[in-house]
Design a protein around this ligand. Structure first.
Ligand code: MCN
Length: 784
């Protein structure tokens, strides 16, 4: 391994510009003549808009324009769409209500967009937005899914019971038969709490229109600028599509929440042409809480059937998934195809049947958030397995091992065909690293101090590398999700890689350069990674579902193969040898069996200037592109062990140790991968102990600031012990499995299993706040 090649813990190249304040985020960009937008947002969860009076706002200082949903309609701009069609059990399509970028006729959640005020400054736009007089006729709010399903209050006429879909997966008859044979059935009711995504950089957008060129430009905080261009150009009616350029510059985190096409982006592009000047909008944190798509929010009843020895026979799951007031871009797929196919976990479960109801409520839209469906599935499986083992009087580790899948490939009863894995190896290694043998002693020490100590396991699997067209396309996505790359070798041998992936914290500028350096022998500082601009990169599917390593880098790898093949031809001409005799190794092309060789840079120069090509079949230049469409998802897996201590006097939970052993196949950069795991664990611990979006019965968001929405802080977390095992993925050329979501998927059940272990096996809902833990601890302690 070279010091910067595959497997090397190279420091992130991009960090220099980030930590010296030189990043270029959307809010750092300003266009000449720019105006500023402020949105008038609904203060009500559900109301009819009787009228909008903008006269006072229009008369306010600096106001350029006030636009409403009626103006959008007049310009024939349709609603935002949900791109993933889900079918009901009877085969009929889901009920998707219209989703205008500015509300028409009705508002459906607090924060819904009613109008936009465009002014010379942000302050003027905001002041004037408060003067837009909207006459509302309030309707009842409905935030609870069970209440919504009664249909007493209807949010969209197309969904009379507020049911978006009633979907299922698996074999009901086989699962019922398994339960009929079972000696024991474990039952659990689970709330998977609603989360706010909280990227460090709030969303922002600038719409710009050049009337001379008839060219729109959108600068935006997007994880997938090409998909944004495709969808927005269709919404807004910009044709041909390339008349809209989308630039997603540096983006300060997204965690899924910046994949979607939002109202604000649509409005900024459209309004830029209307007012004839660039329009900039930057979200503040309260707006982010109100209007960024949230994550999770499931109510699940789950059952696990086991035989007399504790072998799992079947799994039955009924989930209600809150989709909020409108269907966000990918929302329908999260509780269905990103959730139920992972319900087999790491276990050999012969029969599984899952039913999912998607439900409208008068709350913000819910869509993908780090893990998207897979943390919810892992939580169901890992809580059930833990409780089942304890109900059966079996050791949770032995119970897991007994039921692990051991033979690969493994076809689960819920679509997924797992390719490789060694779950026992990860569990054994994690137990060793966590010093599980010493836990009893540590528990006694805690008890001496009046504390309760618990150990919780989570053996997770996820499907990531979200891409394979054959699978994703047939599941209702409508499109395959391959990735593209172009490798441009300059005449001096430096390399530019244009990728359809988008880095917003994952370190692509480093890991992608490591791959190039490894393959071409070019130093990584001579490799530039270009992304995030639809005028530079032709097309791409973006970054989410931990796909950039497995899919984006595989596309680069394919293009590099072509570069090397072309380089061999050039080298053959240059060295007057047969192409078949050219070898490429350690950055040099050589003629086998001779001492003749040329460095990669020399061959690059020849490719551009050699006169020898004239009249030959070989074209000058060294630039190759590739699209990569994998045959399967990748299946990272692992075991996380959480050890914690509870103070029964205060209910405060302190995580004492965290051990993570993950199988990410081939690791390109172990330091970046560790960072990804750390971040994911922090977010998972946040879900388990602290975080929760809460609406009151009137649909008011009561957690709209960091005073009320509790994020984990550094001192809430221990130093993580991270290890790996490796079974390289067979369905991509690099053997990579994604790592970007693993920590967030694995960690919530590890925490809750540890708390229930400490408390004597009582179930506790997330977030297990000090109050909830204190109450549970009081129930456990003998009465005085
Ligand atoms: N990598 C590696 N070896 C592997 C796998 C990955 O070295 N075996 C490297 C990759 O080259 C890449 C990084 O690890 O530099 C993450 O790769 P991957 O797992 O493919 O994930 P993506 O790059 O596709 O990123 C998406 C993923 C998701 S889905 C969420 S959500 C998430 C996450 O990444 N959001 C993040 N990590 C985040 N990190 C930050 N800082 N900010 C976010 O918003």
């Amino acid at each position: 391994m070279s010091a910067t090649g595959i497997g090397a813990p190279v420091r992130r190249k991009e960090d220099f510009r980030f930590i010296t304040g030189k990043g270029q985020y959307t809010d750092d960009i300003n266009r000449p003549g720019q105006t500023y937008a402020a949105f008038v947002r609904s203060p009500h969860a559900h109301a009819v808009i009787k009228s909008v009076d903008a006269s006072a706002a229009l008369a306010s200082p600096g106001v350029v324009s006030v636009l409403t949903g009626q103006d959008l309609e007049a310009d024939k701009i349709g609603g935002l769409i949900c791109g993933w069609m889900i079918h009901n059990k009877d085969g009929s399509p889901m009920s998707a209500g219209a989703h205008p970028a500015l509300a028409v006729g009705k508002v459906r959640y607090v924060g819904d967009h009613v109008a936009v005020v465009i002014a010379e400054t942000f302050a003027q736009a905001r002041d004037a937005a408060e003067k837009v007089m909207v006459d509302y006729d309030q309707l009842p709010a409905v935030v609870d899914m069970n209440e919504a399903l009664t249909g007493k209050t209807v949010i969209h006429d197309v969904a009379p019971n507020n049911r978006v879909y009633d979907w299922h997966l698996g074999d009901k008859a086989a699962t019922d038969a398994a339960f009929a044979r079972a000696k024991h059935v474990t039952r659990l009711d689970i709330v998977n709490n609603r989360l706010a995504p909280n990227p460090m950089e709030p969303r922002a957008a600038i719409g710009d229109y050049d009337s001379g060129q008839e060219q729109f430009t959108l600068y935006t905080t997007s994880q997938n600028p090409h998909v944004a261009r495709l969808v927005l150009s269709a919404f807004i009616g910009i044709a041909p599509e390339h008349k809209l350029r989308v630039i997603a510059p540096d983006v300060g985190g997204g965690f899924g929440s910046k994949i979607f096409i939002y109202a604000e982006e649509t409005v900024c592009v459209w309004a830029a042409k209307k007012v004839g000047r660039p329009v900039k909008w930057v979200s503040d944190r309260t707006e982010a809480f109100l209007a960024d798509a949230h994550g999770r929010d499931h109510l699940t009843h789950a059952e696990l059937a086991t035989d007399e020895r504790g072998k799992i026979l079947g799994l039955r799951v009924k989930t209600k998934a809150n989709l909020g007031a409108y269907l966000s871009t990918f929302s329908s797929s999260v509780p269905t195809y990103l959730y139920a196919p992972l319900l087999s976990g790491q276990y050999d479960i012969p029969a599984i049947y899952a039913e999912v109801e998607g439900v409208y409520t008068t709350t913000a839209p819910v869509d993908a958030y780090r893990g998207a469906g897979r943390p919810e599935a892992t939580f169901v499986v890992e809580r059930l397995v833990e409780v089942a083992a304890r109900e059966l009087g079996q050791d949770p580790v032995a119970f897991r091992k007994k039921n692990f899948i051991r033979k690969f490939p493994h076809q689960t009863p819920v679509i997924m065909a797992y390719d490789v894995g060694d779950y026992t190896a990860s569990l054994d290694k994690a137990m060793e690293m966590a010093d599980v043998k010493g836990f009893a002693r540590r528990k006694r020490e805690s008890a001496r101090k009046g504390k309760l100590r618990g150990l919780g396991y989570s053996a997770y699997i996820e499907a990531c590398g979200i891409a394979p067209s054959a699978a994703v396309g047939s599941l209702g996505a409508g499109v395959g999700l391959w990735e593209s790359a172009e490798v441009r070798v300059n005449p001096v041998g430096t390399v530019e890689v244009l990728t359809g992936s988008h880095s917003h914290g994952q370190g692509h500028e480093t890991t992608f350069a490591q791959l190039v350096s490894d393959r071409l022998g070019v130093p990584i500082d001579q490799v530039a990674i270009v992304h995030g601009d639809t005028d530079k990169v032709q097309f791409g599917m973006g970054t989410y579902g931990s796909r950039s390593g497995a899919v984006g880098m595989s596309a680069i790898s394919k293009a590099l193969d072509k570069v090397i093949a072309k380089g061999k031809k050039v080298a053959a001409y240059a060295m007057e040898a047969s192409e078949a005799d050219i070898e490429f190794k350690d950055g040099r092309f050589s003629v086998s069996g001779t001492d003749k060789s040329l460095a990669f840079g020399e061959v690059a120069l020849q490719a551009y200037i050699a006169h020898k090509f004239s009249g030959q079949e070989l074209e000058p230049g060294l630039k190759e592109g590739a699209f990569y469409d994998p045959t399967n998802f990748t299946f990272p897996s692992g075991v996380h062990i959480c050890e914690l201590e509870i103070d029964p006097e205060t209910g405060v939970t302190t995580i004492a140790r965290w051990t993570a052993v993950d199988d990410f196949g081939t690791v390109i950069n172990p330091m970046i991968v560790e960072g990804q795991v750390h971040g994911g664990i922090a977010q998972g611990v946040g879900q388990a102990l602290f975080e929760g979006v809460h609406y009151d019965a009137d649909g008011q968001l009561v957690t709209a600031s960091y005073m009320d929405y509790c994020m984990p802080r550094a001192d809430d977390l221990p130093s993580f012990d991270v290890g790996t095992t490796s079974t390289p993925c067979p369905s991509n050329p690099l053997g990579i499995k994604g790592c970007g979501e693993a920590g967030a998927i694995a960690s919530p059940p590890a925490v809750i299993n540890a708390i229930t272990d400490a408390l004597g096996h009582e179930h506790i809902a997330m977030p297990a706040t000090p109050q909830a833990v204190w109450l549970a601890a009081q129930r456990r302690l003998p009465a005085i």
